[in-house]
Structure formats: structure tokens, C-alpha cells
Design a protein around this ligand. Structure first.
Ligand code: NAP
Length: 312
């Protein structure tokens, strides 16, 4: 199957949906391919206090469903699927969905977001899904009345620790410095939570666990104090890694200019990429702020720019 669209939006976080809202209202009939995780990273975020329009705060999935419904209501066509290859060498652009359906697009907006990073500890792979996770809101429930550790010192680590503190008996935060990177409001909440203990200046060395046949379980996290060199094992049932994100941009390697971390480079103040007619919005092109509201804002910019490009 092959079809022609004026604008193909790849990705369904705040950037993709907002681009959809702008292009639909400009009567450009955008087609949005939602990807593996419709709604993006916010769908694995529990409490969101800083997205405007929700005076009492809200949950990530609720906010994303609201934006999605808004995009649908104004006419954005959404499809489940993965864009599996793209050819930006000439216009119109050729994109393949799920390895079979071809979409020919006059413009493309890349809004594929970012994924959680893994530490790469020796035993991490072995215990992934058996007590090692990057998603507290997805997996925290398995650790009710148990002890867990969160690794990292950014907003995600602080939010995860606060979320887990409501379920777990005790939560450690292991952070490699003596100061958090996350927002002051979250820092204050973390430091005031009695069942959260911060282990400063400390890096994880390995996951400790047991295996009996196919049954595996985490029993601890081996850590090292970077100042004293002292090593010890924290007795924990679950390990949550919150050490940042990497942009989801592999699909565009060799076609769009990127920095060394894989963030798509856009011209300052715009969402224009190195290929005319291809725009990038949201976390895939934002190494600095990585906020949902900024992703939505750049989605609006990309939508406006793609609309103007189509009219030119
Ligand atoms: P982040 O801000 O990049 O923080 C990553 C944390 O992990 C840092 O504290 C870093 O330590 C630590 N880290 C990185 N690599 C490590 C390693 N190899 N070993 C040990 N520790 C390591 O990532 P994030 O917390 O996922 O946040 C990503 C973005 O999303 C940020 O811009 C954040 O503001 C945003 N966000 C916002 C909200 C919100 O506003 N509600 C919620 C979640 C995320 P150092 O501090 O020493 O570098």
C-alpha cells in the first residue's frame, strides 16, 4: 500500500500531538504514526505539577490523553504503527510503516522523543524485568512494602523516589555527587520524606541477586563511595535507574545532521533540520530542557513551519 500525505508526523508525545493540532487547524490533514508508546514518556510519569492548565496537577497519562483527544477532535489522523525506514534524499519523502506500508510525504515532522538510559552494570541485563527497571510508575507496584533504590539525582530520580516512598517501606537514592540536579521543590519533598535515605557521592558497581532455575530476584545493590573508595552492598529488592535519556533518532542517522549524542540538530529558533521540508520537535532535538511543555511548544513551531513550507 502506498499513500500520499502533505505532512507525516512521526511520534506521539506532546510534540507530535501538538504539531497535529496546528497542522489540522491549518487544514493540512496530517497523518500521525503513534509508535510503540503512544503518549510518550509522560505516560510513565505519575504526578505532573508543571504542565500549564492543570491547577491541581495531574497524571502524565491523563494529560497525554487530553492532548491526544484535542488533536483527534481537530482532525489529526492517527495510526498505530512504527516507522521502520525513511528516505529523505529527495522530496517528496518516502517512509515505510511496519516494514510494509509506504507513506509519501511532502513534509515530515520527527517527534520521536527520548528513551531512558541504562547504566550498563555487569549484571544489569540478567536482572532486567526481575527487579531492575527504568520505570517506577510501571513497576513500583511489585515492590509494595519492600526496599528499593533509585539511582540518579535529576527530576526523574526525585519523582521516582517520592512515588516509591508511598509504596515501599524504604527507598534509597544513590547519587554520584553531594548535590541533586533536580528541581528545588522536589529536593525539599525528598529530603522531608522519612523513608527516603540519600546515599551521596556514591556510584553503583553491580546488581546483586539470586537465581534458581528461571526464577531470578534482586537482593542488593553493590555501591562505591567515590570520595572514600569504600564499597558496600545495600540490601534492596528493586533497583530503579533514573540516569537520564537518549534521543530516539537511530532511524534518521545518515539522513539528518545530529550531535555526538544523537540529538537532531535544528536551526536556532526553528524546528528546521538539515533537510528542507523535514522538521524536528520535542526531546529528540532538545538536549537542554527536555520538558513536556517545551516539547509541546516546539511541536507547535514545527506544525506552523511545516504549514508555511507547504503553502510556499
Ligand atoms: P537528568 O536531568 O539528565 O539527570 C540524570 C541524573 O543521573 C543526574 O543526576 C546524573 O548525575 C545522574 N547520572 C547520569 N549518568 C549517570 C551514571 N552513569 N551513573 C550515575 N549517575 C548518573 O535526567 P532526568 O532526571 O531523567 O531528567 C531528564 C529531563 O527531563 C530533565 O531536563 C528534567 O528536568 C526533565 N524532567 C522533568 C520533570 C518535571 O519537570 N516534572 C520530570 C522528569 C524529568 P549528575 O547530576 O552528577 O550529572
Amino acid at each position: 500500500m502506498s499513500e500520499h500525505v502533505k505532512c507525516l508526523i512521526i511520534g506521539s508525545g506532546p510534540a507530535g500531538y501538538t504539531a497535529g493540532i496546528y497542522l489540522s487547524r491549518a487544514e493540512m490533514n496530517p497523518l500521525l504514526i503513534e509508535g510503540m508508546q503512544p503518549g510518550g514518556q509522560l505516560t510513565i510519569t505519575n504526578e505532573v505539577e508543571n504542565f500549564p492548565g492543570y491547577p491541581g496537577g495531574s497524571s502524565g497519562p491523563v494529560i497525554m490523553e487530553d492532548i491526544r483527544q484535542q488533536a483527534l477532535r481537530v482532525g489529526t489522523e492517527m495510526r498505530t504503527g512504527m516507522v521502520t525506514s525513511v528516505d529523505f534524499s529527495s522530496r517528496p519523502f518516502h517512509c515505510i510503516v511496519d516494514n510494509e506500508d509506504e507513506i509519501v510525504a511532502d513534509t515530515v515532522i520527527v517527534a520521536t522523543g527520548a528513551n531512558a538510559r541504562w547504566l550498563g552494570l555487569p549484571s544489569e541485563q540478567k536482572f532486567r524485568g526481575f527487579g531492575v527497571s527504568t520505570c517506577a510508575t510501571c513497576d513500583g507496584n511489585f515492590f509494595r512494602n519492600r526496599t528499593t533504590v533509585v539511582i540518579g539525582g535529576g527530576d526523574t530520580a526525585l519523582e521516582d523516589a517520592l512515588y516509591l516512598s508511598k509504596l515501599c517501606t524504604k527507598v534509597y537514592i544513590v547519587h554520584r555527587r553531594d548535590q541533586f540536579r533536580g528541581t528545588m521543590a522536589l529536593q525539599k519533598q525528598v529530603l522531608a520524606t522519612v523513608n527516603i535515605e540519600v546515599v551521596w557521592d556514591t556510584v553503583p558497581v553491580d546488581i546483586v541477586g539470586e537465581q534458581q532455575g528461571f526464577i531470578k530476584k534482586v537482593t542488593g545493590l553493590q555501591v562505591k563511595n567515590v570520595k572514600s573508595g569504600e564499597e558496600k552492598t545495600l540490601a534492596v529488592d528493586g533497583v530503579f535507574e533514573a540516569i537520564g535519556v537518549t534521543p530516539v533518532s537511530d532511524l534518521f542517522k545518515g539522513q539528518l545532521d545530529m550531535d555526538e549524542q544523537g540529538y537532531i540538530i535544528t536551526q536556532p529558533g526553528t524546528c528546521r533540520t538539515s533537510v528542507e521540508g523535514v522538521f524536528a520537535a520535542g526531546d529528540v532535538q532538545d538536549p537542554n530542557y527536555r520538558q513536556a511543555i517545551i516539547a509541546a511548544g516546539t511541536g507547535a513551531i514545527a506544525g506552523i513551519e511545516a504549514g508555511r513550507f507547504l503553502l510556499a
